[in-house]
Design a protein around this ligand. Structure first.
Ligand SMILES: [Zn+2]
Length: 352
């Protein structure tokens, strides 16, 4: 039998855990699949669902052939016992209507209602809630009711970046499974096998910056963001002439131009900050291994020590946090670049 699981990279331990639970008849009603964005949690959740539905796969075995009627119908999105919801494009919250139905149909539509029905064509109903941390309080409470008294033949899979951002009451009723970033080689293979990058060398370079996330790798391929990264990196290499407010304005203008919504702008800003943090991390690693060859070190000499680098890194991380908690991107960047330029001119705060 061919297996639909062939499309999955990594996460074999997590797969084995589900396989054992299914085999022993100990599958829980609800799981949280937690780990950073873009490492394959959604793909994993869908494979679990498909395996439960696959007709060719013996009951109790976690596999899917990818070719039978149920597999094909699942892939086409028409399998009746499957529900998947998540963040609609351009939205910052999962609408409660998707979980518990519209106001006039509350409780008679939506994921919780559908889960309460007996399966039509398989042994279970399976629901996936992607980016579950984006449920608002009403949505989370509606789901909580279902989690408190789960329908007998239901399986709920929540995916999220950070389980701590879910209500503790939800967390305590689900089994938590952690997922980890993909090895660089897996990201490289995925970039090539999904036709995102043809040149193996380029795929390798992008994978190296991807922090084990295919989403981040895809973002790194975006030509607009690539230009922005180059701009910021070049400003950093000639920091003595860096005019922070001009750089900040240029970056913020460009972020506004290339993003279709405030949410996307925030996300792009986060990616840029992550890149910048990566550059500094890389420098710290090199410094620790006694490699002083890069341009910044040659210019800064002894001043460019761990203190300075960690001060800069800290400032970037705090800017990322501010953007995460919805502070205006432009203001955050203004303040951050200003402080970074000052630290590079004068040395770290602690040394002043
Ligand atoms: Zn099948």
């Amino acid at each position: 039998m061919t297996s639909a699981w062939q499309s999955l990279k990594g996460h074999q331990e997590q797969r084995a855990l589900f396989a054992r639970s299914l085999q022993n008849g100990r599958l829980s009603h609800a799981y949280i699949l937690a780990g950073r964005d873009g490492i394959g949690k959604r793909r994993f959740a869908r494979l679990i669902a498909q395996s439960i539905f696959c007709r060719e796969c013996p009951e109790g075995e976690l596999d899917a052939c990818g070719q039978c009627r149920s597999c094909l119908s699942f892939s086409a999105g028409t399998w009746p016992d499957y529900i998947e919801i998540g963040l609609p494009a351009g939205k910052t919250e999962i609408p409660i209507a998707l979980i518990a139905g519209d106001t006039d149909k509350r409780g008679r539509e939506g994921l919780c209602f559908e889960l309460s029905m007996a399966p039509q064509a398989s042994t279970r109903r399976v629901a996936i809630i992607n980016d579950a941390h984006r449920m608002n309080a009403d949505g989370a409470n509606a789901l909580l009711k279902t989690l408190e008294e789960p329908p007998a033949k239901a399986l709920i899979l929540l995916t999220c970046d950070d389980p701590d951002s879910l209500l503790p009451t939800i967390r305590s009723r689900c089994q938590l499974i952690r997922f980890f970033p993909l090895p660089e080689k897996d990201v490289q293979d995925l970039l090539q096998s999904e036709g995102l990058v043809e040149d193996p060398q380029e795929a390798k370079a992008i994978a190296g910056m991807s922090e084990g996330s295919l989403t981040l790798a895809q973002q790194l391929l975006n030509p607009d963001l690539r230009k922005l990264r180059e701009l910021v990196a070049s400003e950093f290499s000639q920091f003595e002439q860096m005019r922070p407010l001009e750089v900040s304005k240029q970056v913020a203008d460009e972020l506004e131009r290339i993003s279709n919504s405030t949410e996307e702008q925030r996300q792009n800003a986060q990616w840029l900050l992550r890149f910048l943090a990566g550059v500094l991390n890389d420098r710290m690693r090199r410094l620790m291994s006694g490699d002083f060859s890069d341009a910044l070190h040659q210019k800064l000499g002894v001043r460019c020590g761990m203190d300075l680098l960690s001060g800069l890194l800290e400032r970037i991380i705090s800017a990322a946090r501010q953007i995460e908690s919805n502070s205006p991107v432009r203001l955050v960047l203004d303040a951050m670049f200003d402080e970074l330029a000052r630290q590079m001119r004068l040395g770290p705060v602690s040394a002043r």
